[in-house]
Write a protein that binds this ligand. Structure first.
Ligand code: HEC
Ligand code: HEC
Length: 133
């Protein structure tokens, strides 16, 4: 009887915990986020054009959980000096092509473009591209 009661309580707890776990993933915000912290070239980031990507591709795991805080949260990619090459560099988080622990904007765009020269220009060029028109 006591075992049954404990089982019942555990089931109730699991039932309560489930909606909480699902609710932890927020809604993706509206398009038009301006990324230009300290930089000269503003880039407009749209969630709607990245629907095929997984949230976790960008909001990568931190302590085992998807992280939806701003990229420039203190202690994260908060070094806006374009010359900084550390993991805290905002510029590297966006542009690093190879060897980053998580995909950067440009490393994924390179993969997406593959051998398609037009796409490569559109998605990875410093000028006259979709990022820097
Ligand atoms: C291709 C990369 C990418 C993907 C995929 C992506 N996001 Fe984002 N998301 C961003 C960027 C960049 C920001 C702006 C972060 C900042 O404030 O510095 C952002 C911001 C957010 C914010 C607002 C955070 C804040 O500080 O206001 C939320 C919430 C969010 N995304 C949810 C999602 C969800 C949910 C998904 C999946 C359905 C998703 N995102 C997919 C790149 C991405
Ligand atoms: C995991 C892969 C991936 C990552 C990471 C990623 N992108 Fe993209 N991005 C795509 C794909 C796929 C497209 C659509 C390509 C096409 O035209 O077919 C795209 C398109 C774009 C476009 C053109 C469409 C538009 O909305 O104007 C911009 C600008 C862009 N990405 C900016 C960014 C920025 C800024 C980041 C980093 C915060 C980023 N992307 C990270 C995959 C990615």
């Amino acid at each position: 009887m006591k075992k049954l009661l404990i089982f019942g309580i555990l089931c109730m707890m699991a039932g309560l915990a489930l909606p909480v776990a699902v609710a932890q993933q927020p809604e993706a915000p509206a398009d038009g986020f301006k990324m230009n912290k300290g930089g000269k070239k503003e880039v407009i980031f749209n969630h709607s054009t990245h629907k095929e990507q997984k949230c976790v591709d960008c909001h990568h795991l931190v302590d085992g959980k998807e992280d939806y805080r701003s990229c420039t949260t203190a202690g994260c990619h908060d070094n806006i000096d374009p010359k900084d090459k550390s993991v805290n560099s905002y510029n590297q988080m966006i542009h690093k092509k190879k060897g980053a622990k998580f995909q950067t904007c440009v490393s994924c765009h390179e993969t997406v473009a593959g051998d398609d020269k037009e796409k490569k220009k559109a998605l990875t060029a410093c000028a006259k591209s979709k990022c820097h028109p």
